[in-house]
Design a protein around this ligand. Sequence first.
Ligand SMILES: Nc1nc2c(c(=O)[nH]1)N[C@H]1C(S)=C(S)[C@@H](COP(=O)(O)O)O[C@H]1N2
Ligand SMILES: [Mo]
Length: 481
Amino acid sequence: MRSNADRGRGLGAAAIGVGAMGVGELIAATRGDSLIDAIGRVLTDTAPVPVVETTVALSGKHDKIVTRLGVGAGAVAATVGLGTLSDRARTPAVAAFGAAAAGLGLRRPTRSPATVAGATVAAGVLGIGLRRRPRGLFGALVWAGVGAGLLAAARALNRDYDRRQDEAIHRVGPMGGISMVPQDGLEDEPGLSSLITGNRSFYVADVNLSPPRIDPTRWRLSVTGKVAHPLRLSLAELAADAVEFDAVMVCVHNRPGERRAGNGRWYGVPLAKVLAHAIPETGATRLVTRAVDGYTISLPVEPLRSGAWPGYVVIGVNGEPLSPEHGFPARVFVPGLYGQYTGAKWLAELELTDDSHVDYWWKRGWTPEPMWVTPQARIDVTAPGRAAAGTTSIAGVAWAPPHGVDAVELRIDEGDWRPVDLGTEIAPAAWRRWRTTIELPSGEHTVQARAISRSGEIQDGTPRAPFPSGPTGFHTVTIEV
Ligand SMILES: Nc1nc2c(c(=O)[nH]1)N[C@H]1C(S)=C(S)[C@@H](COP(=O)(O)O)O[C@H]1N2
Ligand SMILES: [Mo]
């Protein structure tokens, strides 16, 4: 049985854990880095796929906060464990713990001396704290309180770095411009998603806990590997060749009805153009898109070079530079491919290589070849019809990039599929809004929507989880009339 003394020791050790974490985090934050985020990234990269998939499914858009809290809880649990060891056994265990954490700061290419220092000092504080143990509840409160204060200070320091990054992005100035706000004729439908998703409401999906910060004046895009003309391109050089295009980006985790999809007016340089400048050598079959932190997604060279897949180095969206979360200063986007396969945000390098390259998601068990987004319709609105009493207004968005949406159909209570009215198509690769008004007998009804692509693909209604080849199923909404 656990005695009160045991419980007190556990609490004391947990408090020391919070204190040590605060010290480590503050030291890392003096350089805008974070020990917690470094640990979180390693967990994301190495956790078993079912754990990652469950976290993504349950935490929705709060995945990053949930991961951070998990790291904090794990670190505190580890200190409680260390606290149960004898003094002799604990010293090497704390040292190993510290060395492992410090090792994260050495990971290339994002090496962070501040993270190494933070982890080392935190381990020292932990060792000393566990040896001398706070006396009673008061001691524990002091450790925990100081730790929490240091964590808050670290957060404030990091916010300051974020603010400076925002200012640097602001100085870049506009990137393209929505000269004409596109319209599709469904502007008067309350509750319907906007035709163009705002930059602030655009979903964020990546393996980083916080976006890398990049100085746009020093940043260059390197085009390397099997090319006759290696290139180093500045943001201004890219902007000189950029064009605007409308397209929906969809995360492979987007189950029917979810909001991990956004429609943007993007600004970018066609990859065919970049490749024409670089001149791939024979044997250059893969284009590796590499982020500043080493993350890679690769694409086949041939269809990009010929333009069969219209890919872009994107440097702006909706008239602005990319935001930090969405990959500033540049990312690769091939409309029609799931976000996970479409190319890296925070782009550092385009490397032309052969088929021996193995991508991040491939290592994680996902289908290795680039996967195309399947047609999907989402129901945004089910509301009493405004035109006549007893009617119901149903509206939503649908996508089938790159071919375009040919039709959206609804069925009520698993009856026959009936077509709905479509908004004007702004581009085949963009999402298309739709709406209809129906009359329903009072009672409870299920409404389902499906999209049909211009290439003739009909949305598959079989419910299927995203891993490993993308989700299928219908968005199903229950309404009470
Ligand atoms: N460097 C980098 N690029 C990345 C990712 C990532 O984890 N790291 N995630 C990809 C995934 S899974 C998606 S869905 C899109 C999301 O882009 P968004 O966050 O701008 O919506 O970015 C892609 N590019
Ligand atoms: Mo994704």
